[in-house]
Design a protein around this ligand. Sequence first.
Ligand SMILES: C[S@@+](CC[C@H](N)C(=O)[O-])C[C@H]1O[C@@H](n2cnc3c(N)ncnc32)[C@H](O)[C@@H]1O
Ligand SMILES: [Zn+2]
Length: 411
Amino acid sequence: MKNQKPQIDFPTETVEEGKVRIIVPKLSAFVEKPSEYAPSKAPVFYNPVMELNRDLAVLAIQAYQKMVKRELFICEPLAGCGVRGIRFAKEVKGVRKVVINDINEKAYQLAKYNIQMNRLEKRVTVKNEDANLLLARHSAPRKRFDVIDIDPFGSPVPFLDSAIRAIKNGGLLALTATDMAPLCGVHPKACIRKYGGKPLRTEYCHELAVRLLIGCLATTAAKYEMGIKVLFSHSTNHYIRVYATVKHGAIKADESLKQMGYILHCFNCFHRETIKNPFVGYLRLKCPECGSRMDFAGPLWLKDIFNKDFCEKMLTESEHKKIRNKFRVYKTLTLAKEEADAPITYYVIERICDKLGLPTISIKKVYEALKNDGFEVSLTHFNSKGLRTNAPTSAVVKLLQKLYVEIRSFK
Ligand SMILES: C[S@@+](CC[C@H](N)C(=O)[O-])C[C@H]1O[C@@H](n2cnc3c(N)ncnc32)[C@H](O)[C@@H]1O
Ligand SMILES: [Zn+2]
């Protein structure tokens, strides 16, 4: 088919990402002040900052394809200019077909042109309709997708039910959420409404955000008698992202629901604990370390949020793919692999030092001291100043005080 000029009446430019070249809105033409968020001002959505998100998506889908060893049928129902779905078709080996879609007519036109520009007309189809309608039309058993990538403005929740119904047994769901104000506890009522769990404004709120989103996925899937297994998740810049497979079966659904519960947090002394089982009639809210009244987050997902083998597989894939953000990909995946088996929630050392009136002690020193004392310890991709450990809060506090005395006497 001959390339048709896209029917667009706004400034555009050509960019390269991964192995594709695409036409996108010229973002600089749509901002009046540097503080303005350019992607939402343009008539078609394109955010260059999300390249890392798309890089990791390419790697996750490739790792998944190698796991299931079959040709994939992929859907990206909220596609903007089409860059993500086009990259899947071009860069992931073993993709049979990609369906991309956007409700915005201009996005549809631009995506269509981008598909032609990359000569992918045979493998990528573009639609222009409501995402839930498209997914609903693919909910019959033979029409379902192997992979669905939901990358919306804000919350993926409005598309969860239809995505779950349109995924094959064992298929892969990828979800982005950018509504961090509700998920991180700035607007707790909005979080309870959308995700069915209470957030908390703690230093590890990004981990809570991931667990709230997965919790919502698990309870939504359970309605359709499906269970989930989380393969990978990450929190980067202004968003969180989750990759999970969905399997049919009431028992699988019950197993998933058993992984739900609460995280209790003491704002006085930093103590935290978990309570498995979302349907307990009461919550013990007295902190066992300092006696203060604790607050709670949940119900949310208490089981794994990373799978070590899957992270390893993604790392292997990253060695062969054309990716601009290689170092950040490597760092995120290596840390995720390390924290896969580590305890739930992390301590931000400078926050505890602040509260104790101590100068900040280097994370490296605390890491080594905890290890020397026989505790499990790992870094976390969620926060460069965070540490996961099985040491109780009182032990962390004592250790920081001891380290401070040592550092002071050394000076
Ligand atoms: C964040 S952008 C997608 C970015 C894209 N996934 C990427 O990686 O570049 C969200 C897109 O969803 C589209 N959208 C919003 N509501 C929709 C709906 N109900 N059905 C289909 N598309 C929708 C918007 O027009 C917008 O282009
Ligand atoms: Zn306490």
